[in-house]
Design a protein around this ligand. Structure first.
Ligand SMILES: Nc1nc2c(c(=O)[nH]1)N[C@H]1C(S)=C(S)[C@@H](COP(=O)(O)O)O[C@H]1N2
Ligand SMILES: [Mo]
Length: 412
């Protein structure tokens, strides 16, 4: 990770320097406010802070210092195709992101139709290689729960929109690999995806294979996904088969899977692994696949909406956000609004739906004065690994408008 605040541009997701179209304005466009109002009211009714109950939602504050990229709209082609999920418009009551809003980091390759992909090849260090009909796998698919996927190149330059929660169906890898007999020395699996794009990309290297140890795949409960959000996987999202590896960064969720090869523990790293080494927090760029640490997403949290309410004649603010990553239940979080302030516990700590997906949190906030603030979250427990969060990666800037009706500060 380079800059502390993650204000640097670039990375796989970004298309342009921050300054090109100026600093952004953003969140609730006029039309979105009615819908947002319903979401916000439903959510406020359950808030431990009763102060919002009788109030009116005036709007949301845009996040500053983020590029003027469209949210919720697909643009570009092939390796440069993107859809940034509009996180502020997600409904906390729906555990998964609707398919139309699901983020896109690479569009369907131009060679997809010609490749057909009606069979999956199982090979490498096996007694006898096999072809398995994709239709047979699709017929055996069952529900696999809701999993958050975050692109390792998600950041300020993508308005943090390269992350979504998918409700997946698919076939466990273990059940697919049952069809071949491993030879001695088979310790890892190379999952290969189609990556036949023309034209090429300005900032992505073609080739999409990742090598996992068999233990890593078992621990992640990896599966080949055939459905997303209750529907057939779309071409953009990896049809007919894509790998799902719970807890790992998006670059490991190989789309358009063509082959599974058992390999030895000395197998060289793939070009994809090397391209993503820095973004997946490897120390350097290891030559051997076995020397890559699991590309897992640490505990993280992001404010996605800062609501301005009018309650009994004064303005009150409420921050709503997401938490994801790490293992187990979401950890307790603190929040602060200035880099020199202590973190205070959130008044509504992250809660994840039993089905899985994002955990949602909220916090009532009374700014002392109009002006700019930096909203930052922190994990309270120092034993929890939260590298990006602790590095300031998910800090967002807002401005409390000068016309805010702020209640008088209590006298000391
Ligand atoms: N074959 C193939 N699979 C791929 C990629 C790719 O370029 N080619 N991109 C990866 C990256 S970097 C991410 S973040 C996820 C994005 O998945 P999505 O676009 O379906 O959201 O797919 C991964 N799978
Ligand atoms: Mo990614």
């Amino acid at each position: 990770m380079k800059g502390g605040l993650g204000l640097e541009t670039g990375g796989e997701g970004g298309r342009q320097p921050l300054s090109r179209r100026g600093f952004l304005a953003g969140a609730a466009a006029a039309g979105g406010l009615a819908l947002l109002g319903d979401l916000a009211r439903a959510w406020a009714a359950e808030s431990p802070d009763p102060g919002f109950a009788g109030g009116t939602l005036l709007g949301t504050l845009p996040f500053l210092l983020e590029p003027d990229e469209p949210l919720g709209t697909r643009f570009g082609e092939g390796l440069d195709a993107r859809l940034y999920t509009d996180l502020g418009s997600l409904d906390p009551e729906r555990p998964s992101t609707p398919l139309e809003k699901f983020f896109l980091r690479t569009g369907a390759p131009s060679g997809l139709a010609a490749a057909g992909l009606s069979t999956l090849r199982l090979g490498g260090r096996v007694r006898e290689a096999r072809q398995v009909a994709v239709a047979e796998l699709a017929a055996a698919a069952d529900e696999r729960g809701v999993e958050v996927v975050e692109c390792a190149g998600n950041g300020r330059w993508t308005r943090f929109g390269l992350i979504s929660a998918g409700r997946w169906a698919g076939v466990p890898l273990a059940r697919v690999l049952d069809r071949v007999t491993p030879l001695p020395g088979a310790a890892a699996l190379r999952v290969s995806g189609l990556d036949d794009h023309s034209p090429g990309s300005t900032d992505s290297t073609p080739g999409c294979d990742w090598i996992f140890s068999l233990d890593q795949l078992a621990a992640a409960g990896a599966f080949l996904a055939t459905r997303l959000d209750g529907r057939e996987l779309t071409a953009d999202h990896g049809a007919p088969l894509r790998l799902a590896v719970s807890g790992w960064y998006g670059c490991c969720w190989i789309k358009w899977v063509t082959a599974l090869d058992l390999v030895g523990s000395d197998e060289p790293a793939t070009s994809q692994m090397k391209e993503f080494a820095v973004r997946t927090h490897q120390g350097g760029v290891p030559e051997r696949a076995a020397d890559y640490a699991p590309a897992i997403v640490d505990a993280a949290a992001l404010p996605v909406r800062v609501e301005r309410w009018r309650v009994a004649g004064s303005d009150r603010y409420r921050v709503v956000g997401l938490a994801w990553g790490g293992a187990g239940a979401p950890p307790a979080l603190g929040i602060r609004f200035r880099p020199d302030a202590p973190f205070l516990p959130l008044d509504r700590q992250p809660v994840r739906a039993p089905a899985g997906g994002f955990a949602w949190w909220s916090h009532a906030w009374q700014p002392p004065a109009p002006g700019r603030y930096l909203v930052q979250l922190a994990v309270a427990d120092p034993a929890v690994s939260a590298r990006r969060l602790a590095g300031g990666f998910y800090v967002r800037a807002i401005e409390v408008p000068a016309d805010s009706r702020l209640p008088a500060a209590p006298s000391p």
